[in-house]
Design a protein around this ligand. Structure first.
Ligand code: EPU
Length: 430
């Protein structure tokens, strides 16, 4: 298995460019299924997950071509309507083909994703929403079969919990439905807004972008479209935290600072300098008593839906707090099992206690944290271990890095360019 080796304790300097957002590219790739023709997506990150989604589209009969970060997808001749277990088990976001397939042809068969390293993550709200649009759903042999005779019918759908992919699935199912659909308590994440922009470019009628109430007036037909994928706010946040945790000064380019209001405030409260300059962040930690990193202060964090603090940055922020002065409390409200990184950070010497949905982090000086072999358990946990490894002294060896490759484009190369002592070791077996 491939590994990442980090020799920590070196501050980061220079500039890094942010890639397109994984969680915007995935639903937008799925949305191309809605209408036959060739769609053009710019700024698509080349990641394990985007490749999985393209493979899924291929199994449904679509073809694609990538030139740099532009992907053109021809969805003219669809030959299937099934997302098989083999693909869904490697990427839950495969369920995003349900909505567009239902919208286009009234039928889809998708494997149920099952459990996941960060929580149970059911899709009951997606299915309930489809049913309200007139879709019949049945479960057999681990697959959800969804069908509707004729066009879907607009309805009012209220989500008990704000769900990102649930909102996206319902949006895609309803744009071609008969009549008006209202989604209440819709997710407001920027990735939902990017999908709405794609659907509107295709000819959809959607009101309420960026609000929790979306009104979709069904149209009779759509046409292929072109869209720019927004910058990845979670990748941006990961580099912001990495610089604050290791010290140095980095310009983070091609990002959208407006998408990270909660993180930039928390970083400032912890003692980092975070400046927004158009489509860039400049983040630094000043020299302190001869050390290259600042004296970080502990802060409390509660994960919330957008624009609150993102759950996808909780693990990375913990990697900063383990070396901050004082005690911090991290409260995870989105997923019930998103502290898998804690046991790995404890191997580096971190002082963390979990109490239900909260983690109590007692900061210790970075020079007392020491590298060790650790194991990545999911995508964001992996990123947090990279940050912890960069910040502490000694050598950290991270295994199971395929998780990291699902969501971070060229992370090792980007960190090397910032001066980090990090390398990927390919095992002889892979
Ligand atoms: N939920 C249900 N039933 C549903 C849907 C959601 O109980 O039918 C619960 C979930 O179990 C969770 C909460 O509602 O407790 C919110 O989950 P949500 O549906 O919003 O998450 P998601 O759509 O499955 C997306 C991202 C995740 C990100 C979450 C929260 C994509 C492809 N994935 O997942 O990204 O953590 O929203 O912001 O957009 C990642 O990139 O590492 C990642 C996990």
């Amino acid at each position: 298995m491939d590994k990442i080796i980090i020799r920590g304790g070196k501050p980061l300097y220079g500039s890094v460019s942010i890639s397109g957002a994984k969680n915007a590219a995935l639903p937008i790739l799925a949305a191309t299924l809605l209408v036959p023709g060739t769609h053009t997506l710019n700024n698509v990150p080349d990641l394990r997950d985007t490749r999985t989604m393209l493979k899924l589209l291929e199994t449904l009969g679509a073809t694609h071509k990538r030139e740099g970060s532009t992907v053109s997808i021809d969805t003219t001749g669809l030959t299937g309507a099934e997302a098989p277990y083999e693909l869904v088990k490697t990427m839950r976001a495969s369920v995003l083909v349900l909505g567009p397939l239902l919208g286009r042809s009234g039928y889809a068969r998708v494997s149920l994703p099952g459990g996941c390293a960060i929580g149970a993550r059911p899709i009951n709200y997606h299915l309930k929403g489809f049913e309200q649009l007139g879709v019949q759903t049945t479960l057999a042999q681990g697959y959800v079969e969804a069908r509707c005779s004729g066009r879907l019918e607009g309805a009012t759908v209220y989500f008990d919990m704000s769900t990102v992919t649930g909102t996206e699935n319902l949006l895609m199912a309803s744009v071609l439905a008969k009549g008006t659909t209202i989604i209440k308590n819709a997710a407001r994440e920027p990735e939902v807004g990017n999908l709405i922009d794609m659907l509107v470019a295709m000819g959809a009628d959607i009101q309420g972008r960026d609000s929790d109430r979306l009104t979709i007036t069904g149209v009779d037909s759509l046409q292929p479209a072109e869209i720019d994928i927004i910058p990845d706010r979670i990748e941006t946040g990961t580099y912001l935290i990495a610089v604050a945790a290791t010290g140095g000064e980095v310009r983070i380019e091609k990002c959208n600072p407006a998408h990270l209001p909660a993180l930039s405030e928390k970083l400032r409260a912890a003692g980092a300098t975070v400046i927004e300059e158009g489509d860039a962040f400049v983040v630094s930690c000043p020299e302190h008593q001869g050390r290259s990193r600042c004296n970080l202060q502990g802060v409390d964090v509660k994960t919330l839906v957008y624009p609150g603090f993102p759950t996808d940055l909780q693990a990375q922020f913990m990697a900063l707090l383990i070396q901050a002065e004082g005690t911090s409390i991290i409260h995870e409200t989105i997923f019930e099992n998103r502290f898998m990184h804690v046991a790995e950070m404890q191997r580096l010497g971190a002082d963390i206690t979990i109490d239900g949905a909260s983690a109590v982090v007692r900061g210790i000086p970075p020079e007392q944290l020491c590298g060790a072999p650790v194991m990545a358990t999911d995508l964001r946990a992996s990123a947090s271990l990279v940050i912890a490894g960069l910040a502490c002294s000694g050598v950290t060896e991270i295994s199971r890095i395929y998780h990291l490759e699902r969501g971070y484009e060229n992370m090792v190369e980007k960190l090397q360019a910032l001066g980090a002592d990090v390398e990927k070791i390919a095992s002889s077996g892979s």
